[in-house]
Structure formats: C-alpha cells, structure tokens
Design a protein around this ligand. Structure first.
Ligand code: NAP
Length: 339
C-alpha cells in the first residue's frame, strides 16, 4: 500500500479565534448541524450570529427559543461577513442561486459543512467571495455534546476560493469555534472531503454496515434463532465494538475482546471482504469520483426522492425494527435527550 503525504493535524494553538469572533455570522438552516454549530460558536465567543430560515417551521421556532435572532435567508445573508450554508445538500444549489447570490456582499466568506455542492459544481459561487469548508466529522448532536463536555469533534477544512488571502485562517478559526481545535483539524480540500466522506458513508457506515447487520439478522432468524437474540447479537452490540475502535483503534479493540471473537473475526472477515467485495468498493469509489453517484442522487431529488423514500420505508418496516422496539423497551434510557 502506498501513502499520500501525511499531514500535520492542527489544534487550538494553530487557530486565531478572534477572526471568527470579529465577524457577523449567518447560519443558514437550524437542523442537525445548524443548531449545534450556532450554539458552539456562541459559546466560543462569537457574539453576532443570525439564523437564516425559510420561517414558520419548528426549526425556526427552536432557534428563537435558543435566543438567536431569526431572519429570512435573504436578510440574514445581507448583513453577514460569514455565511454558513447548513441546509440539506440537495437544496443548496437552488437556495444559492435564488437567494444567496442576489443578496451576498462582495468579500463575504461562504462556508459549507460538506464538499458536495462545490465539488460537483451544483453551487458556483461568485468569484468575489471566499469559499471555505469546515466539515465536522459526525452528527450535530455529538458535535454539541462533545463541546459542552469540554471536548471536541475532528473537522476537515478546505478552501475553494481565497479572494481575501485569509480564507484558510478563517476556516481554522471557524473550526476552532466549533470545538474542533480540541480534537484535530485536518487541512484538506473540498474534493478530498467530499469523495472520502461519500465513500465511507456508502462502503462502510451507512451502506456496508447496515447491510451486514440486516443480512446477519435475517440469516439467524431464518435458521430458527430468537429474533430478540438475533437483534442483540447483530445490531445492539455494534456500538460496543465501534466504541472500542473509535477510542483506541484495532489493537485496542482486540485487547478488549475474547481470543475466540478475535480469531473467528479474522477468518470470517477474510471470507467476507474478498476480492469481489474489494472490486465493488473500488467501483463505488469510481462512481463517486466520476460524478455518477451525484447525478443519480440529483435525479432522485428531481423526482421527489422516489427511490430514497421507498428504501427508507423498507428499512422502517424491516422485521429487525419490531425486534428492536421490543428489546429497547427495557432500556428507555437509550433515547434519553434525543428530542
Ligand atoms: N447531519 C450530519 O450528521 C452532518 C454531518 C456533517 C456535515 N453535514 C452537512 O451539513 C449540512 C446540513 O446538513 P443537516 O443534516 O444539518 O441538514 P438538515 O438537518 O436536514 O436540515 C437543515 C435545515 O435545512 C432547512 N431546510 C430543509 N429543506 C429546506 C428547503 N427545501 N429549503 C430551505 N430550507 C430547508 C431545515 O429548516 P426548516 O426545518 O426550518 O425547514 C433545517 O433547519 C449538509 O451539507 C450536510 O452534508 C451533516
């Protein structure tokens, strides 16, 4: 295996928080990322934050309850020095074209939390803007929880346009205000973040892993084992192993599991992830790099997410969900604070 150049991982000491503290910041969207980012920025001393919203939604009401001024997207953008686009990727192109572009001032820094829209040219920003990426590597809830515990979530940053000459320093400053400087900030690019993020989602996190869980559950139940036991073995226990790998890597995980589990794991892992699977993983990466995946995703969006909705309904009605509901009923604390 050959390695690209290893990078220096930046931390708080490499970031100048005063850059973002000195800017009026518009956070467009108050969902998963928007809420967590706005709250973390405020707690990091960014005092001038406006939340942009299409209005009249629960998210807009929540932003108001959290003490933020909420304006229309257009009004929020007009007064901002930094505009952070925290809308679903599939709506960013139309919101940019119809609302952001006509209202944004020259010299404003336009930020994204994922490289998709810029890398696949769904959004083509005016050349008078700085364009930066600050992509926290995890969901908003975890971003906020880690921050309030005095910890942080790693963040990948990048710069697509640097008209001011200051875009990278601003991206570092923004990421530090999210708390990422306590964990690690990786100076990357829109392309690298976008392609690696899509690949890990598809091949591992949201594709490979759930598919393995469902298949494992189905095979055990078909073989006559109790669905509740199959649920615990194939889904519930994923967290324990994921937590061990997350904390300390593979060897740390191996120290914490039995020799039986480790030995069987090597044998089965080799059988499962064989040359065919590796070839498919490479093909998935090629589809991402060529833009084929982005095209398929946009086509589904244009048809009202017909495929996405049908697959989501399929997961919701899968047998494993019934077993999960039953097993989790004795552990109501699992969903504590999930509102
Ligand atoms: N979710 C994650 O774990 C995660 C992690 C890292 C990066 N990211 C990136 O962060 C960005 C935001 O993702 P998200 O998951 O935070 O988004 P989200 O929670 O799905 O949505 C964010 C906001 O977008 C607004 N919105 C939805 N549809 C809209 C539309 N058609 N027009 C205008 N506003 C609309 C919603 O406002 P209302 O409810 O007021 O309508 C909501 O407040 C994306 O680029 C994503 O790739 C996400």
């Amino acid at each position: 295996m050959t390695y690209a150049n290893r990078m220096k991982i930046k931390t708080d000491k490499d970031c100048d928080l005063s850059l973002i503290r000195g800017q009026p910041v518009a956070i467009l969207g108050y969902g998963n990322q928007g809420r967590a980012q706005a709250l973390n920025l405020r707690d990091s001393g960014v005092s001038d934050i406006i939340v942009g919203s299409r209005g009249g939604t629960p998210a807009a009401a929540r932003a108001g309850e959290d003490g933020f001024e909420v304006l229309s997207f257009a009004e929020a953008v007009k007064g901002a020095g930094v505009v952070m686009v925290l809308l679903p990727d599939e709506v960013q192109a139309s919101v940019y074209k119809e609302i952001i572009a006509p209202n944004i001032k020259d010299g404003t820094a336009l930020g994204f939390a994922h490289g998709f829209s810029i890398h696949f040219k769904e959004v083509i920003p005016a050349d008078t803007l700085d364009v930066f990426l600050a992509a926290p590597k995890g969901p908003g809830r975890a971003l906020r929880d880690l921050y309030t515990q005095g910890l942080g979530m790693p963040c990948v940053i990048g710069v697509a346009q640097d008209t001011s000459g200051n875009a990278n320093a601003l991206a570092l400053s923004y990421a530090a205000a999210l708390g990422a400087g306590r964990a690690g900030i990786l100076e990357s690019s829109f392309r690298e973040e976008c392609e690696t993020d899509l690949f890990s989602e598809q091949a591992i996190l949201c594709g490979g892993l759930p598919a393995l869980v469902k298949a494992g559950y189905e095979i055990l139940v078909e073989a006559g084992y109790a669905p509740e036991v199959a649920y615990i073995e194939c889904l519930h226990e994923v967290k324990q192993i994921a937590d061990l790998m997350w904390k300390g890597g593979l060897d740390f995980k191996n120290q914490a599991i039995s020799n039986t589990a480790e030995f069987g794991g090597y044998q089965a892992g080799d059988r499962l992830v064989d040359d065919h699977v590796r070839a498919e993983m490479r093909a998935i990466l090629l589809d991402i790099q060529s833009g084929k995946f982005a095209k398929t995703f946009s086509e589904d969006r244009d048809q009202g997410f017909k495929t996405l909705k049908s697959r989501r309904a399929g997961d919701a009605s899968h047998e494993i969900e019934k077993s999960g509901e039953k097993v989790r009923a004795t552990m109501p604390w699992l969903m504590k604070n999930e509102s």
